[in-house]
Design a protein around this ligand. Structure first.
Ligand SMILES: *[C@@H]1O[C@H](CO)[C@@H](O)[C@H](O)[C@H]1NC(C)=O
Ligand SMILES: *[C@@H]1O[C@H](CO)[C@@H](O)[C@H](O)[C@H]1NC(C)=O
Ligand SMILES: *[C@@H]1O[C@H](CO)[C@@H](O)[C@H](O)[C@H]1NC(C)=O
Ligand SMILES: *[C@@H]1O[C@H](CO)[C@@H](O)[C@H](O)[C@H]1NC(C)=O
Ligand SMILES: *[C@@H]1O[C@H](CO)[C@@H](O)[C@H](O)[C@H]1NC(C)=O
Length: 429
């Protein structure tokens, strides 16, 4: 249930009459922000929109005369790490900063047959989680489900909160995946704003910026990381909605209102998902299959998924990128920022020009060959990634950093991420 502010208690059950409920919601409406208010009965059946226009739609019949609200934490497992994360979160919910960010409603990847629901957080492992859920729901043995375009998994097995509420909350395990806001935003920028697409195009149009000129042509839009951060923090300050990649996890998943059983972190996602599977009621062969799938995810799959995604956008935005070679040069840069391709490798323009059949599989093969010519160890990869991150933030204005910190205050606070900006040697967990 929606319990915010200093009055919230760690463990309580309130029984409210209808009048009490309405004043409670009006109170939230006045004291928090005109966004969404989630209310949960003990079986999580009531979902109450509190935008002023939605308030009219409320009918007494949607509510029982009295209901109970629980925010008590019941440990559902015996692993200390996960129990501690959960305890910390629900303790911190008592001291929640009031500010909220407007955006879309929660969406869940729901493995119905396994009673597992993951709140969907773009840029915090959502493709990975969506793939695992798809593998859990598949009747037959899954193939290599990671070797596909990033775009495919989205839309599958997704339900909204009210659909999820139809299932008893005591049966459905709800899982939240969090991520350091700084890395998440930089990842959103490099993946979704740096190359091509509607989102960066909107910023370019609104800021009067043109296409990004390179070599003998252009590809993408001339917007910097600074401009990207300014754009959505401006929207937030003006009380407008921001898109999901730039919304805090706390505003996408309402962790202090919806009770989550397990907290996962993008930073340790593989291990965390394996833990989730270990406490899920699934047959042993199926668990083994899904574990193998997770462990078999290779660089080949990662590169292929990203390449096919960007090639799709190349076809969707034919006027915004003058050639596939320039597209690949930008994607190459993205892979360097993400730590896959060594910074010491220059873009092999001739090899790309020599490709006779420019499809995602061929491009992936070429990129993997290049990577093999100067391979990076795991620690070199993460070091390169960290340096790119630190450099990106080092050029950002302090006033912008302050706005990001304010907007993501709940994520920093609730999930225990360090507010100091990333450094070359930082860990960001
Ligand atoms: C309230 O219930 C009615 C019918 O039972 C339904 O049509 C309506 O959408 C519900 N409103 C909300 C806000 O859930
Ligand atoms: C586990 O799943 C099996 C098969 O789907 C089901 O029969 C059983 O009741 C479940 N056990 C629990 C504790 O939910
Ligand atoms: C590209 O193809 C030409 C002609 O077949 C060849 O001479 C050249 O070595 C190739 N370059 C690369 C980098 O593969
Ligand atoms: C690309 O893929 C096609 C088949 O899709 C193959 O015939 C071709 O040799 C591949 N290699 C290059 C360099 O185009
Ligand atoms: C990458 O994976 C695909 C699909 O599994 C496979 O066909 C291809 O040969 C792999 N490429 C490399 C370089 O391993």
């Amino acid at each position: 249930m929606a319990v915010t502010g200093p009055t919230a208690k760690k463990q309580f059950v309130i029984v409210l009459g209808l009048n009490g409920l309405i004043s409670l919601v009006v109170w939230f409406y006045i004291t928090t922000y005109p966004g969404l208010i989630w209310s949960a009965t003990s079986s999580m059946t009531a979902c109450l929109p509190a935008k002023s226009k939605d308030l009219k739609e409320w009918k007494a019949e949607n509510l029982t005369n009295s209901f109970s609200v629980e925010v008590n934490f019941e440990p559902t497992d015996n692993s200390k790490t996960y129990r501690d994360r959960n305890t910390l979160l629900y303790e911190k919910c008592e001291t929640l900063p009031v500010d909220r960010v407007r955006g879309r409603r929660p969406i869940y990847f729901f493995a119905k047959s396994k009673s597992l629901a993951f709140c969907k957080v773009p840029k915090a492992g959502s493709t990975f989680v969506g793939t695992v859920v798809a593998a859990l729901e598949l009747r037959k043995k899954p193939g290599n489900m990671f070797h596909m375009s990033l775009a495919i998994v989205h839309g599958q097995n997704e339900v909204d909160f009210s659909t999820l509420s139809k299932y008893s909350s005591s049966v459905v395990k709800k899982i939240l995946v969090t991520r350091n806001p700084y890395t998440r935003l930089f990842s959103a920028f490099t993946d979704k704003y740096f190359v091509l697409g509607a989102r960066p195009k909107t910023i370019a149009t609104k800021k009067g910026k043109g296409r990004f000129e390179m070599r003998n042509g252009y590809c993408g839009y001339d917007i910097s990381f600074q401009e990207f951060l300014d754009y959505f923090t401006d929207l937030h300050i003006a009380g407008k909605e921001v898109e999901e990649h730039t919304m805090p996890v706390s505003s996408l998943c309402y962790p202090c209102m919806v009770h989550y059983n397990i907290l996962c972190k993008q930073e340790t996602l593989t291990a965390d998902i394996e833990y989730v599977l270990s406490v899920t009621n699934i047959s042993e062969p199926r668990r083994q299959t899904v574990m193998e799938l997770i462990r078999s995810k290779s660089l080949n799959d990662t590169i292929y998924a990203s390449v096919s995604y960007h090639m799709l956008y190349f076809n969707l935005y034919p006027n915004d990128c003058s050639s596939k070679i320039l597209l690949m040069e930008k994607v190459w840069k993205v892979f360097q920022l993400q730590g896959y391709i060594s910074l010491s490798l220059t873009f092999p323009i001739n090899s790309f020009q020599n490709l006779t059949d420019f499809d995602a599989e061929n491009v992936t093969t070429l990129i993997l060959e290049q990577i093999q010519s100067r391979p990076l160890s795991k620690s070199q990869m993460s070091k390169q990634r960290q340096i790119a991150l630190a450099e990106a933030y080092s050029s950002i204005k302090p006033s912008t950093i302050a706005r990001v910190q304010r907007m993501f205050a709940q994520d920093f606070h609730l999930f225990g991420y360090d507010k100091t900006i990333p450094t070359r040697h930082g860990k960001n967990h």
